[in-house]
Design a binder for this molecule. Structure first.
Ligand code: NCD
Length: 312
């Protein structure tokens, strides 16, 4: 089957995939539609002339591996730049490193960095027409994760508008949460609940069109979707919360899950910390779609990469 590429209208945005914030609803739905075609095996693409380089300045298991699998399924060449043994460890700047790899005729960069804005900075600096995909920048955004999260919600709930989505935990340091909130808002979700201790909630929450709950039991009541987040300890400069009380207050156990709808789905971007934010029996239980998210990530990343190639 031929993919009907009707995404030209948003060409300006389509050059790179840097954030969700500036995307239109149609673009998000088009990615889901194309991901569905890849997921069902209805289409095959051959991008064998393309070379994709991954530059991960932070650890990753799911994101990096699913990008690699997605690239290979598209027929592209995929190279993993080993940052720990790269020249940045000899003092080379990120931009000099990127320009060096650019000179090797790579056609796309996948970038993860602990500093917010790094992928945007690289996108503004590469001289040739190389699409940049943001695979997570600091505490800012993680747009491909949000896309696979939207794909998961669509697969299991079939809609975005009339559902209650609860996002629980360290919203402040989570780029996943930011991209999630932007995408749910763009897709018209009426009820988005943010649950967590005040110290882990960003000040600008009011601009985000969400309901804040300090009390998890109240927040997750009647939820259709519960998204649990890890405490991003590596981004906390001080000990913002006590781990002892965290599980009691914000851990998702069977008792709390029972407050949500019977058919609620439990999501988590991973890595999960069992016994800290989620009980094992919930993570492995019938409501959990955590491993589905991982596998949908391949089709969703195939869709995003192929759209960028087609429009550049
Ligand atoms: C997230 C990340 O790196 O932002 N993980 C992921 O990409 N699946 C979330 C996290 O690290 O907690």
């Amino acid at each position: 089957m031929e993919i009907n590429n009707n995404l030209q209208l948003e060409k300006k945005i389509l050059k790179h995939f840097l954030n969700i914030k500036s995307l239109g609803k149609k673009y998000i739905l088009d990615i889901i539609e194309r991901a569905n075609l890849y997921h069902s095996g209805e289409v095959n693409s051959n991008y064998s002339q393309k070379v994709i380089a991954s530059l991960f300045f932070e650890p990753s298991t799911r994101t990096k591996t699913t990008f690699e699998l997605a690239a290979k399924k598209l027929g592209a060449e995929f190279i993993n730049i080993d940052i720990s043994s790269s020249s940045t460890s000899k003092g080379e700047s990120v931009l000099d490193m990127v320009k060096t790899i650019e000179a090797m005729d790579c056609n796309m960069f996948i970038v993860r960095h602990s500093v917010s804005g790094t992928a945007h900075h690289i996108a503004n600096s590469v001289s040739k027409k190389i699409p940049i995909i943001n695979a997570g920048d600091g505490t800012n955004e993680h747009p491909t994760q949000a896309m696979l999260d939207m794909y998961t919600i669509n697969k299991h709930k079939g809609e975005f508008k009339n559902i209650k989505v609860s996002i629980v935990g360290d919203i402040l340091h989570s780029r996943v949460a930011k991209s999630l909130i932007y995408s749910l808002n763009i897709l018209g979700t009426e009820s988005i609940n943010i649950i967590g201790p005040e110290k882990l909630i960003p000040d600008n929450l009011k601009d985000m069109n969400v309901n804040y709950f300090l009390d998890m039991n109240k927040g997750i009541k009647n939820s259709d979707v519960i998204i649990m987040l890890r405490l991003q300890k590596e981004r906390m400069h001080d000990a913002l919360i006590s781990l002892d009380s965290y599980y009691d207050d914000y851990g998702l156990d069977q008792k709390r899950l029972a407050l949500a709808k019977d058919d609620a789905i439990v999501m988590h971007p991973g890595p999960i910390n069992r016994g800290i934010e989620i009980e094992s029996s919930v993570a492995d239980g019938p409501n959990s779609v955590i491993l589905d998210q991982v596998s949908y990530g391949i089709s969703v990343r195939m869709a995003i990469m192929s759209i960028l190639f087609d429009n550049n």
